[in-house]
Design a protein around this ligand. Structure first.
Ligand SMILES: Cc1cc2nc3c(=O)[nH]c(=O)nc-3n(C[C@H](O)[C@H](O)[C@H](O)COP(=O)(O)OP(=O)(O)OC[C@H]3O[C@@H](n4cnc5c(N)ncnc54)[C@H](O)[C@@H]3O)c2cc1C
Ligand code: FES
Length: 278
């Protein structure tokens, strides 16, 4: 069991939780994730480790409510328990000195690039962040990102704040203006990561994305998280989640994410109706 020690709502439908998980806090690295079960009968969901504190044994998770399990997690409060947290899982991100790097985050993906921002900065890179959301009321962590990066570009699809347009458009603009960028790391919805990949492929800039397929065990046994990378099948939980964006088959990833949509919708509706917390 893992006690929730802090809970903050960052914006509509997005929460940050700090949870006791000493076994994860002592050994996690940027790019890794946990598989969490809110209660004994619940499903297992993967969430990125946004931060970890070796000394007090806590980890930070930031999640968006999109279905039953994330809604159930959001219903938990400080002092309550999470049934199980397995991790750290997945391969850590490759952190090295590239020179000028651009970190691109969309929606809750802004939280997921935070560990890479810190780590890439720490090893001496010049870090540009391009972060965005549909609208101002969906933007998260702007001040936090600004406090670490050399430069930050904030985008909203509807123009309610910052650059009007997608994060991939802002990245394209920077590259076309002649800015030197040696490495790009992007996390967000599949269409966003696909668009970023298209922009950087045209300029031959090494680009890595964090793939987000449905996962069950998170340890390479069930095969649910399979993705196609360079024509080969890979399991995102053990071979990733980071993959070369120019080799990842985004269309297959997107279509596999829709496999259970009918059941996910029904489970969320039932949960919202009864709030039975099971
Ligand atoms: C390695 C990894 C790290 C992740 N880290 C985070 C994180 O830090 N914060 C966060 O908010 N989310 C993260 N996700 C996504 C998160 O796991 C899903 O949103 C969650 O499993 C949804 O569970 P649910 O029961 O609430 O919704 P479901 O009922 O399972 O799904 C509801 C809707 O969300 C979509 N969905 C389901 N699973 C995923 C998924 N893996 N990625 C994108 N959409 C999905 C479904 O297609 C459906 O439309 C991560 C996923 C992976 C694979
Ligand atoms: S989640 Fe089961 S093999 Fe990856």
């Amino acid at each position: 069991m893992h006690t929730i020690v802090d809970k903050v709502q960052l914006t509509e439908g997005i929460f940050k939780m700090i949870i006791k998980a000493p076994h994860v806090a002592k050994s996690w690295k940027p790019g890794q994730f946990v598989v969490l079960m809110v209660n004994e009968n619940g499903e297992r969901i993967p969430l990125t480790i946004v931060d970890g504190n070796f000394y007090d044994g806590t980890i930070s998770l930031i999640f968006q409510v999109v279905g039953k399990t994330t809604a159930l997690l959001a219903s938990k409060n400080v002092g309550e328990q999470i049934y199980s947290i397995a991790g750290p899982l997945g391969k850590p991100s490759e952190i090295k000195r590239y020179g000028k790097v651009a970190l691109v985050g969309g929606g809750v993906g802004v939280a997921e690039i935070l560990p890479q921002i810190r780590a890439l900065k720490q090893v001496g890179n010049d870090v540009i962040a391009i972060i965005g959301a549909r609208s101002l009321n969906k933007l998260i962590l702007v001040e936090e990102v600004k406090s670490i990066c050399n430069e930050v570009y904030v985008c909203t699809d509807d123009g309610s704040y910052g650059f009007k347009g997608f994060v991939s458009d802002a990245l394209k603009k920077l590259i076309e203006e002649g800015r030197e960028i040696n490495y790009v790391y992007a996390v967000g919805p599949v269409p966003m990561m696909k668009a970023v990949s298209k922009v950087t492929r045209a300029h031959n800039i090494k680009t890595v994305v964090s793939a987000n397929p449905i996962m069950i065990d998170g340890t390479g046994m069930c095969g649910v998280c399979r993705v196609i990378v360079g024509g080969e099948i890979k399991f995102a939980c053990v071979d990733g989640p980071d993959f070369d964006a120019h080799l990842l088959d985004f269309d297959t990833l997107e279509s596999r994410l829709k496999t259970y949509i009918k059941y996910e919708k029904k489970a969320f509706e039932d949960f919202t109706r009864c709030q039975c917390h099971v």
